[in-house]
Design a protein around this ligand. Structure first.
Ligand SMILES: [Zn+2]
Length: 366
């Protein structure tokens, strides 16, 4: 197994549309030695009303150019191709693909299937479920072609449902640029509640031929009644005390058997992406070291000391000699101070962007 690097999520609620927070977090992630950051489309207001937010894309580009971090992208959480307003969801999806393309990223994570609640999906009659599956597969076929033209890979993330459902969806879509993001936290929760640890490990084996991306975090394998990730109805603080739900803890803090998972990933060549709630950000350094060891990954230019607290880590020098690091031009004030302009699909029409050829890669965008 040769992974591309170790990544961390930029948390949607933490950023909450404030790109200065994003930039501060990027600086911190780089300081801690991460190689990748997963940018949430919704956290940076990358899409508004189904249309690409060019102004914010340029700001995110500018922020990324200051660091050596490479990006993967997470589509808005509620995006669903199974039911609801398909026209609007299609637009949001296409704009998310364009967002990924404009940031020079390849991976776009999408919460596929009946992501929200397993109970709700179970309550549907089979014909209803089959219809939803067909609609999602058809939509993904067309969207994956749109993504392929932009060099974007759609990586569908598992939720609280059997992995066979997701494998079936990926096989039905049958496109080279559509694969699986296996979220170990979600898989562990589901199989601890509706199966066994063996079923969980088996599910990873079943997903592995289609595995393009992983989400690493931890929990105690105890589901809240509905497995709803809704802070209004299910506040994180309430669940943390009881060790219930999709807690997104640093690996090692819960009960997910990563020692048994890693040997199943021998063919994996993607990013080891940690998806941790920023409440636990003081544990990022130790979590990164743990993932580094689990995956047998080493990055010569960065020395992270195990067990160091955040204060110690913050005093480390920035990485200046990352192999293959690109130049980091920064958007000028004039370039970034453009009025909010949105687009529907395809090329942005904002005048300051359209003067530049929009080819693949972040460095091509000015
Ligand atoms: Zn995830």
């Amino acid at each position: 197994m040769t992974i591309k690097g170790i990544g961390i999520n930029a948390h949607s609620s933490r950023i909450d549309g404030d790109l200065k927070i994003l930039e501060r977090d990027l600086a911190h992630f780089e300081e801690l030695g991460f190689d990748y950051v997963e940018i949430p489309v919704d956290g940076v207001d990358g899409v508004i009303g189904g249309r690409l937010n060019v102004k914010n894309i340029k700001k995110v580009q500018g922020a990324l150019r200051k660091f050596h971090l490479k990006a993967t992208i997470h589509a808005p959480g509620p995006l669903c191709l199974r039911e609801g307003d398909f026209d609007l969801y299609g637009k949001v999806f296409k704009s998310s693909i364009n967002f990924t393309w404009h940031l020079g990223a390849e991976i776009l994570v999408y919460h596929g299937g009946s992501f929200g609640t397993f109970k709700r999906a179970k309550s549907m009659i089979k014909s209803q479920q089959a219809l939803h599956e067909r609609k999602e597969a058809e939509a993904l076929k067309s969207l994956s072609d749109f993504a392929a033209e932009r060099g974007v890979r759609i990586c569908i993330e598992n939720g609280a449902y059997p992995i066979e459902d997701l494998v079936r969806l990926v096989r039905t879509v049958d496109r080279k640029n559509v694969g699986i993001t296996y979220d170990f936290g979600h898989g562990f929760l589901f199989y601890r509640c509706y199966g066994t640890e063996e079923d969980f490990l088996e599910s990873i084996k079943k997903a592995s031929p289609y595995l393009e991306h992983v989400h690493i975090h931890d929990n105690f394998g105890r589901l809240t009644p509905e497995f709803v990730n809704d802070p209004l109805h299910d506040p994180y603080l309430c669940r943390l005390a009881f060790g219930e739900g999709d807690l997104h803890l640093p690996p090692g803090m819960g009960r997910i058997p990563y020692g048994k998972i890693i040997p199943l990933l021998s063919d994996y060549e993607g990013v080891a992406l940690m998806e941790i709630d920023p409440r636990h950000r003081d544990r990022y350094p130790q979590a990164r070291v743990m993932v580094e060891r689990l995956f047998g990954y080493s990055r010569d230019s960065i020395q992270v000391r195990e067990g160091g607290n955040l204060g110690e880590q913050q005093t480390q020098p920035l990485a200046q000699d990352v192999p293959g690091a690109r130049a980091t031009p920064i958007l000028t004030e004039a370039q970034s101070a453009v009025p909010l302009h949105t687009e529907t699909q395809g090329e942005p029409t904002d005048s300051s962007m359209s003067t530049h050829k929009l080819t693949r890669g972040r460095d091509d965008l000015q």
